[in-house]
Design a protein around this ligand. Structure first.
Ligand SMILES: Nc1ncnc2c1ncn2[C@@H]1O[C@H](COP(=O)(O)OP(=O)(O)OP(=O)(O)O)[C@@H](O)[C@H]1O
Length: 888
């Protein structure tokens, strides 16, 4: 057996080999060590190899999915090796023959189809990247849904890595295939590093574009690939490598795939990886979906709808007519309250058939997948009547297309409806899924089986009476089949003389077991009938699957149409519940937002008592293409910047937007430089990350782009930062000419308005009231006079002494001007000069001048709540600690 194992393992060196032995998958050698660690299961040993123990661990076959999903999530690939015959067949070849085994499938992160291993609400893309004739190309497919796309990569030496990283960030691959030769290419090291955990390097021969072309033509049964549009050699090579890899992992079985569609360069709004991350489009900065824009806007009711919404948000369109057509659909559903509600109620009944269909095509489906298709086709029929009831001249084109996409599958639906029972097993091999009345022969066998079971149940009473043992039971197990059981004390009452019908079978400490000829006859009848019934059921199952697969293209289009109806009606639902409005998108260079809001911050505020979100306008055109925004910390600058970027993304994905009005000239690329984080993994400091991101913007943004820049230059010395920020504003204004929002604390920049004709200054309003600063979160024209940074520091809980000191330093700086006197500042204001001397601080003899006393004197105990009193106590304790430190 070990010889067989080692032979198979040699062909799958990169995968853990799940070697089937009876009811277990067993792993040996290093595989066992790795898997036991990853799964936290016991590592044991079995036999010897070259004089050493062989490490071993195992997982039960029926629970393998759970273990598989954990291994895949941890980045392993698994080769599933099954027994290809039963032990009896092997024995026929000789007593020592080993059962034939073979790998039936490779489970890799990008090629899984099981619901248990996949996230229902997001796509799992297998992506290939390669080059040919000096150009790069990408292709990707979702094996579980059949989506298949390619994209040319238009980049030069300098921006290649950025362009590829942006595309990959959009796709968020489950697995990335690259030829070995690219793996080592210098310009691509960023990509390899970023996606290392999911990259599968493959021999370069698997990316041959001519072979790939033939494979594609073959698989899609077309004479020439041109039938699907124009593709570059690199795209063809990438697409072909995907087919090749899927066949390799599925051992020759290819799932149903849509024909490859090309995503034209410029067809989608380009959003680089940093911007995507910073704007928290699909993931929050902490990593999860919660708190992201996607989670906030998702009102879909099906998995397929959620996946389509995610894809649309990741890739907003640029073509105004395509966007308008999506918006027309949303508008229609906004108006049609009743139909929208009916539609969504119906969609809620629709199972995820995209994935079920894919499982059926690769032979991993089951009766529940057939039932899923039955239910979805039934709902599709209902939806079709619902939508067709409206005269077509009142319907937007998108909805008319959907009606067509829903097709007519009533015959197949009827067949599945009459064939399948209500309560279904997971696997066909368990039987029991064909409804009574569907196949008369099957019904007869089932009747026979059930009658015999009833007879057996009757026998128990019979035998109890004959033996006088009222506790006698007829039971069943897999080893003995049916048997009669009595307790040892009653055993003597069961007559086993030669002429008696009872035959002894087994003696246990707790029971004696017997059988009778009658009982074995009945058992044989039952198992014979059950076996025949199962064979018939399996035959019918195959037929039903074939019927489904004969219409696979049409059903796949139904699935996609249902997803589209879900996304569109969900966006309409969102627009109504959140009071969003339809944006106007065209080819102009406008960016005019009236009453814009940040959807995620607004949703978060709604859950607190911190008052409503304050809406703000933003007009980036003509004399004010670039807005310079100053204002205090915490006043809402970052929120304002982000909300405008999000409104552009939402509008171009075809959604209504959180604004009263929005007119946007289609944005080709969205750039942002917000937030700050070290990228220590790549050896970049915070400031370096900031500069790399800024460089991308100044090098690549155009007048069609939208740029948001938050506090450029804050990560370095004041004057360096100011100079960089200054130069960036000028460059954006003069060279890039992009529509831009630039938030800064360098109030000096406001003086640029006199030079830059298309720049205008704006600030966040605050009100000072009884010595406190109130943030109004309102954007108003004109520059801010102060930053109120110290006020925010106080809110954040900096010690009193530090706050007082900061106020003194600020006053001096403001009074004397920053430039000349910095060097003298330390001398003029010695460290902690404002504090009382050590002696008087702690041991004031006239009893009452310590800081604790000062603070206590300020407080009127009758004015504060118990909670405030507790806070005060903590504060006093902290002051006291600080004083003790000073004294020391
Ligand atoms: N328009 C608004 N309406 C209501 N609350 C808002 C609004 N904008 C921002 N806020 C609240 O103010 C907080 C601070 O906002 P934000 O981070 O945008 O300020 P900022 O000016 O960028 O601050 P800093 O300069 O310190 O980075 C937000 O977390 C939010 O709770």
């Amino acid at each position: 057996m070990m010889v067989q194992y080692l032979e198979i393992k040699e062909n799958h060196p990169d995968s853990l080999l799940f070697y089937r032995m009876g009811d277990f998958y067993e792993l040996f050698f290093q595989d066992a060590i790795d898997a036991s660690e990853a799964l936290d299961i016991t590592l044991t040993k079995r036999g010897h190899h070259n004089g050493a123990d062989i490490p071993m661990c195992g997982v039960p076959f029926h629970a393998a999915d759970g273990y598989l999903s954990r291994l895949i999530r941890k980045g392993f690939k698994v080769a599933i090796c099954e027994q290809m015959e039963n032990p009896a067949e092997a024995k026929k070849r000789g007593p020592k023959s080993v059962v034939k085994r073979g790998v039936v499938r490779l489970v890799t992160p990008g090629t899984i189809t099981e619901d248990e291993l996949l996230d229902a609400r997001s796509h799992n893309y297998l992506v290939a990247l390669t080059d040919a004739s000096g150009e790069y190309g990408l292709a990707w497919l979702d094996m579980s849904t059949g989506d298949f796309y390619t994209q040319p990569v238009q980049a030069n030496e300098t921006n290649l890595s950025g362009v590829l990283l942006a595309a990959l960030a959009r796709l968020n691959p489950g697995e990335l295939l690259v030829p070995e030769r690219l793996f080592l290419r210098e310009g691509l090291s960023d990509i390899v590093n970023e996606w290392r955990s999911i990259v599968s390097p493959l021999p370069s021969s698997r990316f041959d574009s001519e072979n790939a072309r033939r494979r594609l033509e073959d698989v899609f049964s077309i004479k020439a690939l041109d039938a699907f549009g124009e593709f570059s050699r690199a795209e063809i090579a990438a697409a072909g490598s995907l087919l090749d890899y899927v066949e390799l992992t599925q051992k020759g079985k290819l799932p149903r795939l849509f024909s490859p569609k090309r995503v034209r360069t410029g067809a989608v709004m380009e959003i680089d990886a940093a911007t995507r991350r910073n704007l928290e489009l699909s993931q929050s900065l902490t990593g999860g979906r919660k708190g992201s824009l996607l989670a906030t806007i998702d009102r879909t009711v099906t998995g397929a709808g959620a996946r389509m919404l995610g894809s649309r948000l990741a890739a907003p369109l640029t073509d105004p007519s395509a966007i308008t057509s999506r918006l027309d659909m949303v508008s229609w559903f906004v108006q049609e309250d009743g139909r929208r509600m009916d539609l969504r109620a119906s969609l809620r009944q629709c199972p995820d058939i995209e994935r079920g269909l894919s499982r059926l095509t690769v032979g991993r489906g089951g009766p529940r997948d057939l039932a899923g298709i039955r239910d979805a086709l039934r709902e599709a029929g209902r939806l079709k009547s619902l939508l067709s009831a409206v005269s077509s001249d009142q319907l937007p084109v998108g909805v008319i297309n959907c009606i067509e996409g829903l097709g007519d599958h009533s015959t197949l639906c009827g067949v599945l409806q009459s064939a399948l029972q209500d309560d279904l097993p997971h696997l066909a091999r368990d039987g029991g899924f064909i409804a009574s009345g569907y196949a008369s022969e099957l019904d007869e066998y089932k009747q026979l089986r059930d009658d015999s079971r009833k007879l057996i149940a009757g026998l128990q009473a019979d035998y109890a009476q004959k033996t006088g043992v009222s506790t006698l039971k007829v039971k069943h197990n897999n080893v003995l089949g049916y048997f009669i059981e009595v307790s040892p004390t009653n055993a003597s009452k069961v007559n086993t003389d030669a002429d008696s019908e009872f035959i002894h079978r087994q003696t246990l400490a707790s029971a004696m077991r017997f059988t009778t000829v009658e009982l074995s006859d009945l058992e044989q009848k039952i198992s014979g009938a059950a076996g025949k019934a199962l064979a018939i059921e399996l035959g019918l199952y195959e037929k039903l699957v074939l019927e489904v697969l004969n219409q696979v293209e049409g059903i796949a289009i139904v699935a996609r149409t249902l997803a589209e109806l879900d996304v569109t009606s969900a966006l309409a639902e969102l627009a109504i519940s959140e009071r969003w409005n339809r944006p106007k998108i065209d080819d102009s260079l406008s960016f005019d937002i009236v009453g814009g809001r940040h959807p995620v911050v607004e949703a978060a505020l709604a859950k607190t008592s911190e008052g409503p979100f304050v809406a703000n306008n933003c007009t980036l055109e003509d004399q004010q293409r670039l807005w310079l925004i100053t204002g205090p910390n915490m006043a809402g600058k970052s929120t304002f910047l982000r909300q405008n970027a999000l409104i552009a993304v939402l509008a171009q994905m075809g959604s209504f937007v959180p604004a009263e009005e929005a007119h946007i000239g289609s944005v080709d690329r969205l750039f942002s430089r917000v937030g700050a984080a070290d990228d220590l993994a790549r050896g970049r400091s915070t400031f370096m990350v900031e500069m790399v991101e800024t460089a991308v913007i100044l090098n690549q943004s155009t007048e069609r782009s939208l740029v948001i820049l938050d506090e450029i230059g804050r990560g370095t010395a004041t004057y360096d930062g100011l100079s960089i920020a200054w130069a960036c504003v000028e460059h954006l204004h003069e060279a890039n000419k992009s529509r831009a929002l630039f938030a800064t604390h360098y109030h000096e920049l406001t003086s640029l308005t006199s030079q830059l004709s298309s720049m205008s200054c704006h600030s966040m309003r605050v009100k000072e009231w009884q010595g406190e600063v109130v943030f109004l979160h309102e954007v108003t024209s004109g520059a801010a006079d102060r930053s109120y940074g110290i006020h925010v520091a106080k809110l954040a809980g900096l010690p009193h002494s530090a706050i007082t000191r900061a106020e003194q330093v600020l006053e001096t700086l403001e009074r004397d001007g920053q430039a000349g006197n910095l060097a003298h500042l330390a001398e003029d204001l010695p460290l902690f000069a404002h504090l009382p001397t050590t002696d008087s601080t702690v041991e004031d003899s006239d009893g009452g001048n310590t800081m604790v006393d000062h603070r206590l004197k300020e407080v009127n105990l009758d004015d504060i709540s118990p909670r405030q009193a507790l806070d005060l106590l903590y504060e006093l304790k902290a002051i006291e600690k600080e004083e003790t430190k000073l004294k020391a």
